[in-house]
Design a protein around this ligand. Structure first.
Ligand code: ZN
Length: 383
């Protein structure tokens, strides 16, 4: 057993990381296989942070990642005394956070050979935070290892890129994800459907396999554009989609927010409804963070919905461009009938334009466009 066993379809990366661990454990090693700053890139769901955590475990485990000792178990969870895990829920990582992190990173490891710092969303560093981090990476402590994660290289400042070793994860294949789900005792049919629908996003695939309602919601979203006949229905459709995103984000956030707020108030020794002075400020800051998290969740949900809708047009294009296609080649095998109808009613050029419009809307949303306006504009184009 090895901590690297849980990485799906990432054989090249595992070889690189195992070589690095071997070099790190060997004092006489003169290879360049181990370095103190790494950058893991790969599409969402490819397992960037799991890869970083597995690497951390292998560096901290006396057996190079046996997957059964306390070091491995705690490192994989991010709770090992010598692992600093920065996981952001907000839209950005601020300079104060990075400054504190740099201080903690410089402490001598308590039990292991290294202190491993993992920044899950290095693409969310503000510019000043990134510059502060850069200094730490430029003059690293001998026993500190920095592991940064980001979707693509261009999401990270060039100066940081040039001082880190990049490892690119690939999108796990549908076959690999199907096999993984089957090994987790989902039926072959549910496994394949979920793996296809999630397009290599492991977490999403698992979520779909586990939740029949989520699968139904996904199908409902895919069918939304089919209801558009005129401008009015396009706006209605956009409204439905954005409302669904908001509802989902609110439901998800409210339980978490309440728990966080009461834990914080408790920590500050709340008496009745009064919180001591410093506490009130802390609660206010937490509420601000929670608000930005909710904004981000609405955007994330919409982005996923748009990607789902894009798979419908991708299937449509496939049907339009191939004389005899296999139904199994569709992503949405369960919607073959609808796909055929749309394919027969339009041209490949129109489908391509719709796909482009979806991708452009995703970019606009990522650049903070107002969600409702952006989705309305898109739905008009999908008519
Ligand atoms: Zn171990």
């Amino acid at each position: 057993m090895s901590v690297f066993d849980s990485l799906i379809d990432q054989n090249e990366t595992v070889v690189i990381l195992k070589d690095a661990v071997a070099a790190a454990k060997n004092n006489e090693d003169e290879s360049q296989n181990m370095t103190h700053a790494w950058l893991f890139t790969g599409p969402p769901g490819s397992g960037r942070s799991n890869t970083a955590l597995a690497f951390a475990a292998a560096l901290l485990c006396p057996d190079s990642g046996c997957n059964s000792c306390v070091n491995c178990a705690t490192a994989l969870k991010g709770t090992h005394a010598d692992v600093e895990l920065i996981r952001t829920e907000g839209l950005s990582i601020k300079i104060d956070e990075i400054r504190e992190l740099i201080t903690r990173a410089s402490w001598t490891p308590s039990v292991a050979q290294y202190r491993v710092v993992i920044i899950e969303d290095a693409d969310r560093l503000t510019e000043s935070a990134a510059n502060a981090l850069l200094k730490a990476i430029e003059e690293p402590g001998l026993r500190t290892v920095w592991l940064l994660c980001a979707p693509t290289l261009s999401d990270v400042l060039p100066t940081i890129r040039s001082r880190t070793r990049n490892v690119t994860l690939r999108t796990p294949s549908v076959e690999a994800v199907t096999k993984l789900l089957e090994s987790e005792s989902f039926s072959p049919q549910i496994s394949e459907l979920s793996a296809k629908a999630s397009q290599g996003h492991i977490g999403r695939a698992r979520y779909l396999a586990n939740n029949p309602e989520a699968r139904t919601r996904r199908t409902d979203i895919l069918k939304l554009p089919l209801t558009i006949t005129d401008i009015a229905s396009a706006f209605k459709c956009a409204g439905l989609l954005v409302d669904a995103a908001k509802r989902e984000a609110e439901a998800d956030a409210s339980t978490r927010n309440d728990a966080e707020t009461s834990a914080l108030k408790e920590a500050w020794g709340q008496q009745g409804s009064r919180v001591v002075q410093g506490g009130a400020k802390a609660v206010k800051e937490l509420e601000k963070e929670q608000k930005s998290r909710q904004t981000r969740m609405v955007r994330d949900y919409l982005d996923r919905a748009l990607l789902d809708i894009a798979t419908f047009y991708r299937d449509t294009l496939l049907v339009q461009n191939m004389d005899n296609f296999q139904a199994s080649e569709l992503i949405n095998t369960d919607m073959e009938r609808e796909i055929r109808i749309v394919a027969a009613g339009t041209s490949p050029e129109v489908t391509l334009k719709k796909l482009e419009a979806i991708m452009k809307t995703r970019t606009n949303l990522a650049r903070n466009a107002a969600p409702l306006l952006a989705v309305e504009a898109l739905m008009v184009q999908l008519r």
